[in-house]
Design a protein around this ligand. Structure first.
Ligand SMILES: Nc1ncnc2c1ncn2[C@@H]1O[C@H](COP(=O)(O)OP(=O)(O)O)[C@@H](O)[C@H]1O
Ligand SMILES: N[C@@H](CC(=O)OP(=O)(O)O)C(=O)O
Length: 467
């Protein structure tokens, strides 16, 4: 049995629905289908999830608005394209208009419930379209399947009990159509994963139902060695490991949600990322292990601007017991987690995900750190990007760091931090945001265009380097 997930771009309108249905029917093993909400139909279009967010905000602000009609029009175009029963469309319209009349524990739960309806209504409509074409299909509500999530309305995580519940789910007689992106708390409230979270639902089902393969259909032919919006015609990756994907999606390969890899790893279910518009192409296979390539140590290069860093300098830091502990206690006090903490003998850089911080928290946190640990030098760096160079082959090759740094030095790009991950399959660099895309292009060119024979080292400029 295969679990097949279709992203928003694959389900954006009736024409895309037709391609998706052809894919589902082409392989009888594709028994469980996960849908996203209708995504962008063209450059500049608005995803239904973003319309639902606007609808929720207008509702919270008691503003009259016409978002329910605008959103309904997206479903209507699809349903009409398949001649689905008018009752199905009436039901979708009624659910959209009823959203503001329901009661929610607070604004965060309201937001989650509004957003979840993008996937919920699309899954209902998808099942109706299949039925209309004579294929037995059934919409499965996450509450029926027992998809239980943590009580974090717009950034929930899976609860282990879900996997016990999924053991009860029967499949085989009909296609099961699951909405992605949301589940329920133990109190019965709708909560969603973070954005892009339909990939996580697919992965959970693949693990819970012991799928032989998790197929993830999107709008690109494969996962490329770099984001195609940054590098012109990057090479496609035919095979990569779970670990490589985890590191690459964490730092910018948005084609596959970074948390979504975890259930697939736990269940050891291979993932195949494919293009809905070209299903005949092999796409990218993500597997537990692969043979190491000595010729190509780097699998992919990515970057993300969602970080900020706190740089601390104090002489004899290495001799001081409890320095880091005091800082961590301050982070704990403000409910802030950190992403990385590279250190030197007298220096420490703490890298944060900027999405979890606001100006007030930054101010208070820095104030407490200044007063408590009294560093000689302390700097908050907002202009901070992280570049990740990832490849299983790097473990077996000497000189990769030099080959990453040289093209940057040659183009005068300053590197603020280098950190070789303990996994030994990734090297992380900190740069200015404005340098990040160029840095990715230069590293890409070096490893993928000009060959990467280790050249003798040249002078390398490292600004406040921490290794
Ligand atoms: N390395 C990469 N390889 C392929 N696509 C990438 C990469 N990095 C970022 N992307 C972007 O990810 C997009 C697909 O992800 P997403 O928009 O979430 O799709 P979906 O709507 O199918 O879930 C692509 O259109 C591409 O712009
Ligand atoms: N629709 C949600 C969840 C999702 O995963 O969507 P997509 O598969 O289109 O990335 C979002 O936009 O975040």
């Amino acid at each position: 049995m295969k679990v097949v997930k279709f992203g928003g771009s694959s389900l954006a309108d009736a024409a895309q629905f037709k391609k998706v249905i052809r894919i589902v029917l082409a392989d009888p093993d594709r028994q469980v289908v996960v849908t996203s909400a209708p995504g962008k139909r063209f450059e500049g279009d608005i995803k239904v999830t973003d319309l639902l967010i606007k609808y929720a905000k207008a509702t919270l602000a008691h503003q009259p608005n016409s978002y329910a009609e605008e959103i309904f029009a997206r479903y209507q175009e699809i349903g009409t394209g398949f001649n689905v029963d008018q009752q199905v469309l009436n039901d979708i319209k009624a659910k959209l208009t009823a959203l503001p009349t329901k009661t929610y524990p607070n604004a965060d739960y309201l937001m989650a419930a509004f957003k979840a309806h993008g996937e919920r209504l699309n899954a209902e409509l998808f099942a109706a379209c299949l039925n209309q074409l004579g294929t037995k299909a059934r919409f499965v509500d996450p509450s029926e399947a027992g998809i239980l999530l943590t009580d974090n309305p717009n950034g929930a995580s899976i609860l282990e009990a879900t996997y016990t519940h999924l053991k009860q789910l029967k499949y085989g007689d009909e296609k099961l159509i699951f909405p992605g992106f949301f589940g329920f708390t133990t109190q019965g409230e709708i909560v969603t994963f973070a954005r892009g979270g339909s990939d996580i639902t697919g992965s959970i089902l693949a693990r819970g139902l012991h799928a032989s393969l998790y197929e993830n259909f999107t709008d690109v032919n494969a996962i490329y060695a770099a984001n195609p919006k940054i590098v012109d015609h990057p090479i496609p990756i035919s095979k990569m490991t779970f670990r490589e994907m985890r590191e690459l999606s964490y730092a910018g390969f948005s084609v596959f949600n970074d948390e979504a890899i975890i259930p697939a790893i736990q269940g050891q279910v291979p993932i195949n990322v494919k293009n809905t518009n070209h299903p005949e192409l092999p796409g990218t296979l993500i597997v537990p292990e692969k043979e190491l390539s000595i010729k190509r140590p780097v699998t992919g290069i990515t970057g993300s601007n969602r970080f900020a860093a706190l740089y601390l300098h104090r002489y004899l830091l290495n001799k001081e017991v409890g320095f880091t502990l005091k800082i961590l206690q301050i982070l704990y006090k403000y409910g802030v987690s950190y992403e990385h903490m590279p250190s030197g003998i007298d220096d420490l850089t703490i890298i944060f995900d900027r999405n979890q911080l606001n100006d007030d928290t930054i101010h208070k946190m820095c104030h407490d750190i200044q007063n408590t640990v009294k560093p000689d030098d302390m700097e908050w760096i907002d202009d901070y990007a992280i570049i990740m160079v990832v490849g299983e082959g790097m473990r077996a090759r000497i000189g990769t760091i030099e080959n990453i740094i040289r093209p940057l030095a040659e183009h005068n790009i300053a590197v603020h931090m280098i950190n070789q991950g303990a996994s030994r399959i990734s090297i992380m660099l900190g740069t200015r945001e404005s340098d990040a895309d160029d840095a990715i292009r230069y590293i890409y060119d070096h490893f993928f265009k000009s060959g990467q024979a280790a050249k003798p080292s040249s002078t390398v400029r490292l600004d406040s380097t921490i290794i």
